[in-house]
Design a protein around this ligand. Sequence first.
Ligand code: B12
Ligand code: SF4
Ligand code: SF4
Length: 343
Amino acid sequence: MAAADDIRAEALRLRFDAVGFARAHLAPEARDRLGRFLAEGLHGDMGWMETRADQRAHPQALWPEAVSVISLGLNYGPETDPMESLAWRDRGTISVYARNRDYHDIVKKRLKALGQFMAQRFKHQPLKVFVDTAPVMEKPLAQQAGLGWQGKHTNLVSRSHGSWLFLGEIFTTLDLEPDAPERDHCGSCRACLDVCPTNAFPAPYRLDARRCISYLTIEHHGPIPEELRPKMGNRIYGCDDCLAVCPWNKFARSHAEPGFLPRAELNAPRLAELAALDDAAFRQKFSGSPIKRIGRDRFIRNVLVAIGNSGDASLHPVAQSLCEDANETVADCARWATERLAA
Ligand code: B12
Ligand code: SF4
Ligand code: SF4
């Protein structure tokens, strides 16, 4: 069997849902667009995107020996409509990817298993595994490897899995036959652009992260700009709207990964209960979940935005009880929510 066939078969045996091969080289357009994204400041306070931009734009600047990239996708297609709980005002909506275990752990474990297989099968061929945290442009590489195309919402869309693929890569010194890149199948559709609650797309295929609820609730430190708060509804961690409305999801199947099954208490949790979490209770509740990463203060800030948007007078005392919180961002958001509910 050719090396690529061998690796593909093992990746599928390890329960990856998509696998493809590309040269360890990004098309110049992807590099230029990254440069423009950063130059226009669309990354907000994600300063880490700038500091290693050269490595992000050039896989061989990250690892000079890399010859090929193996791009891998793991399906996390939800069983129920991710937008259903947006209407439940006294509850919070947590994005699909964060309703149970941290996907980084699950993807990395499988990447390492595939890496071990390759190390045994192809001796003296070094490799490196990456998922999300390294300066790698995962989406354009996945498109080059034929896994899907970057839709107008900027994420990778697959003809078999819709918008619901996590991505990971193995860089290798093996010279693997590249797959044909996938082409764009968005056509005249603009469902993802039109649904975005905060108008975060200045144009198709371009995202202003500073307006994206995923950025505001997960990456952004400090107070959330006041003009955006009312548009966030009850989204307290991430956002799935632009992914969920994509018509290509009709080909998606729900995932078969027990680690992605929603934990009952993270499925539309009650805002009043979340607002009562202190640091220790927060860490205990979100142990093993990606949510733990943002810490209690940022999380309670998000919960208070949702409380302010709830229109539910019974949550007024909950917001009021946090107006003197030791964290100034929490206290500021509590005052905002209290005023909004009193109005
Ligand atoms: C930074 C980041 C974010 C930021 C910025 C997102 C962004 N679109 O840039 C924020 C915090 C907002 C974010 C949010 C989310 N993220 Co994120 N994020 C990343 C990260 C770390 C880097 C992405 C990046 O390089 N951005 C920089 C910009 C310049 O790159 P780009 O998006 O590829 O931009 C391209 C387009 O703009 C395009 N382009 C521009 N103009 C034009 C014109 C034409 C005609 C065309 C065709 C293309 C085009 O070219 C650019 C370069 O390819 C990646 C992991 C990684 N290392 O790649 C995960 C990643 C992209 N995120 C992921 C996920 C799941 C999400 C969320 C769905 C999470 C959630 N539910 O809340 C949301 C989705 C929001 C959205 N619509 O993008 C997944 C996406 C999987 C997939 N199938 O694509 C990734 C790949 C992580 C992973 N390993 O699985 N994320
Ligand atoms: S994740 Fe939500 S806020 Fe961000 S671009 Fe998509 S729809 Fe807009
Ligand atoms: S919703 Fe439409 S425009 Fe957006 S990514 Fe899907 S097919 Fe493309």
